[in-house]
Each structure stands twice: as structure tokens, then as C-alpha cells.
Ligand binder design. Structure first.
Ligand SMILES: *[C@@H]1O[C@H](CO)[C@@H](O)[C@H](O)[C@H]1NC(C)=O
Ligand SMILES: *[C@@H]1O[C@H](CO)[C@@H](O)[C@H](O)[C@H]1NC(C)=O
Ligand SMILES: *[C@@H]1O[C@H](CO)[C@@H](O)[C@H](O)[C@H]1NC(C)=O
Ligand SMILES: *[C@@H]1O[C@H](CO)[C@@H](O)[C@H](O)[C@H]1NC(C)=O
Length: 327
């Protein structure tokens, strides 16, 4: 089931309360345009070939499991990851911005399915059997959590957020999951324990949308990633290190909710996992609290990630006993 057009590809400007920066955000698979309405294929080409990116392992599932009896989200399969890319100085020429001579810093987030060596038999999923929702907290984490992440912490929300917050968020994400045909919006209620730790209180900045499709029926050697999220920061002059540093230090919490349906379209089982991803740091925006300069070179992908999952199976919620996985 596709979402109505406005949900599957969103284009909007947000005012970030914490940073007072305008940004342009696009979501959907595929992205129908880049930020500020620039052409999507040239945008994706630019972000793939310039800038830096890093991948974080995530808990993902075998989306080839058909509807019905077997639990789809009981056992994860290795090899799924989230990739975040930061591309400096993307030109606003050809955009809908007033500042066509200026540039923005692009952040892209992609989901990458396992390679055939890692997990065989995971093909493009059938939308009658599976739905994968991405919920992105577009304002990022609070200032102290963002500063904390500066000291080399990556991917693991549990290093940055109270475990109660992570647990409850993930549990909440599966309690409200809709049946087949339902969407990805309104499924998250922000636990109060999380409030002080996110830049926007109460999850008012969350964008929820469906990922379609997220694993490949494509030929071998073809890039199987799906870029589902792109943010363009405010328009600035080329080479603005402050703007680039800010984009690089921002932590993006991303909650993926995987839902496997029963044959009748009811939810069979569902699992939510929160990741905190941030880009590779190459410049200092002068905004951290004496954070280290560890000479990141963009080659340190494969950072370790701990996840605490919320898991639901046929109506019973397994939350209190949420399990910690080291991937
Ligand atoms: C990540 O960076 C590498 C090296 O620059 C590049 O080959 C690759 O296409 C990039 N991947 C993504 C998802 O942007
Ligand atoms: C995924 O599920 C399909 C269909 O049940 C199966 O053929 C395949 O072997 C499974 N792959 C893995 C890695 O579990
Ligand atoms: C998807 O699954 C449904 C229900 O199991 C089935 O009827 C349909 O043929 C499948 N579609 C594809 C493209 O495999
Ligand atoms: C550089 O970027 C910062 C942060 O986005 C912004 O406040 C400043 O106005 C920019 N300067 C120029 C010359 O674009």
C-alpha cells in the first residue's frame, strides 16, 4: 500500500528551535526531489560522489518471509545498516530558494540491505506482507547529548539517552502499529522521560513515513541502498566551515518499525529499533565543549551499535523484558 503522495514524499521547511536554522527536508523512497526542490537524480549523484559517509549496523529482518505463521521479526538477519552522508556545498542553482547563488550542506540517510553473502534470499519485499516505517526526529538530540556524541560516541542511542527513554520509545512504536493499509504517521508517542533529551519536546518534529522498497531485486553489483531522507541546511556561502561543522555534529535519531502481517492483513508481529546516527567529522564548528579532534577520515564505518528493541507479537507486547543486543 502506498501512502498518499504528501506522505511518501514530503517537502517542507522547519524552524529548528535549538539552532534557529531553516532547513529543507525531503523524505520517501524514492526521493522525488532533493532539498529545496533541486533535481533528485543530480542531488543523489552529488551526494554519492562527494562528501563523507558512514554506516551503522542495525537490527533488520528477513523481509522475504511471507505473510502468516512464521514470526518475521523474531529473529534478525545480519547485514542491514543505516548510512549517513554529509555533503558540503551543494549548489542552490535550479532550486526554489531565493538564494540561487548560495550553497547548503546536505545530510542523506539511506538504508542498506544485507549483501547476498551476508544473508541470502532477502529479496524486494512484498507490501502485502511487510511494512517498514522510518521515524526521524528532525531536530536532533538536545545540546548536552549532542556534545556528548562529539566525543566519539556513535550509533548507540543508549550512550546518549536514558535506557528508559530508549526502551519506552521502541515499545510505544509497536503498540500503535496499524494493520495493512495503515500508514506510518501517528504511531509514535513520545515518553515523557525522553523530553529533556531531544531538541524538540514531545516529538513534535517527528516525521514518519514508509520505506518502499528497501531490499533489492536488483542485479548484483548494483547499489542496493535506498536513500529515504535528505535534509538541506540553510543557504550559506561556499566553504562555510561553521555550517558544515554543524551538519556533521548533529545526531539524528531514527526509529525503524518493522511490521510483518498475517494473511488477513492484521499485524502478526512488529519490532522497533532506535538508532542515533551522525556524520563523519572533518571540520570543527567551534561549537563543541573542547571535543576531540580524532582525525576522522571517513574510513571507520562499521561502528558498533547496541539496540534495545520493542517487540510485539500477535497482540502481546514484550517490552518490560526488552533485550539488549550487541550487533
Ligand atoms: C560513501 O563513500 C564512498 C567513498 O567516498 C563512496 O564510494 C560511496 O558511494 C559512498 N556511499 C554512499 C551511500 O554515499
Ligand atoms: C529469508 O526467507 C526466505 C523465505 O522464507 C528464505 O527462502 C530465505 O532463505 C531466508 N533467508 C535468510 C537469510 O533467512
Ligand atoms: C504478495 O503477497 C500476497 C499475499 O501473500 C500475494 O497474494 C501476492 O501475489 C504477492 N505479490 C507478489 C508481487 O509477490
Ligand atoms: C556560515 O554559516 C553560519 C551557520 O550556518 C551562518 O550563521 C553564517 O551566516 C554563514 N556565513 C556565511 C558568510 O554564509
Amino acid at each position: 500500500m502506498s501512502l498518499p503522495q504528501p506522505c511518501s514524499s514530503l517537502f517542507l521547511f522547519l524552524l529548528l528551535p535549538s539552532l534557529s536554522l531553516a532547513q529543507s527536508i525531503i523524505t520517501g523512497t524514492p526521493l522525488l526531489s532533493g532539498p529545496y526542490n533541486i533535481d533528485s537524480s543530480s542531488f543523489l549523484d552529488t551526494t554519492t560522489h562527494t562528501g563523507t559517509n558512514i554506516s551503522y549496523p542495525i537490527k533488520g529482518f528477513n523481509t522475504s518471509i511471507p505473510a502468516g505463521a512464521t514470526s518475521g521479526t523474531g529473529n534478525s538477519v545480519p547485514g542491514w545498516s543505516l548510512n549517513i552522508g554529509i555533503t558540503p556545498d551543494v549548489s542552490l542553482s535550479g532550486s526554489n530558494s531565493q538564494d540561487a547563488t548560495k550553497f547548503f550542506q546536505a545530510t542523506t540517510i539511506s538504508i542498506i540491505p544485507p549483501s547476498r553473502n551476508q544473508a541470502a534470499g532477502i529479496e524486494r519485499f512484498n507490501e502485502s506482507n511487510w511494512r517498514v516505517c522510518a521515524l526521524v526526529f528532525t531536530s536532533g538530540l538536545g545540546k548536552s547529548e549532542t556534545d556528548e556524541a562529539e566525543d566519539g560516541v556513535r550509533g548507540d542511542c543508549r550512550d546518549l539517552l536514558p535506557s528508559d527513554c530508549v526502551n519506552q520509545l521502541q515499545v510505544n512504536s509497536v503498540t500503535n502499529v496499524a494493520e495493512l493499509g495503515g500508514g506510518c504517521q501517528g504511531i509514535i508517542t513520545m515518553p515523557t522521560v525522553c523530553n529533556d533529551h531531544f531538541a524538540a519536546r514531545g516529538g513534535s518534529d517527528v516525521m514518519g513515513f514508509e520505506l518502499l522498497p528497501i531490499s533489492g531485486d536488483v542485479k548484483p553489483n548494483v547499489d542496493r541502498r535506498s536513500t529515504f531522507f535528505a535534509a538541506g541546511s540553510e543557504a550559506v556561502d561556499r566553504g562555510n566551515k561553521t555550517a558544515l561543522g554543524r551538519a556533521q555534529r548533529k545526531v539524528w535519531p531514527v526509529l525503524l518499525v518493522w511490521t510483518h502481517f498475517a494473511g488477513d492483513g492484521k499485524v502478526h508481529d512488529s519490532q522497533g529499533g532506535l538508532s542515533c546516527v551522525k556524520g563523519v567529522k572533518t571540520v570543527d564548528d567551534g561549537d563543541d565543549d573542547g571535543g576531540d579532534h580524532d582525525g576522522d577520515d571517513g574510513k571507520d564505518s562499521g561502528a558498533s551499535l547496541m539496540e534495545v528493541v520493542g517487540w510485539k507479537m500477535m497482540g502481546s507486547l514484550i517490552g518490560a523484558a526488552a533485550v539488549a543486543f550487541a550487533i
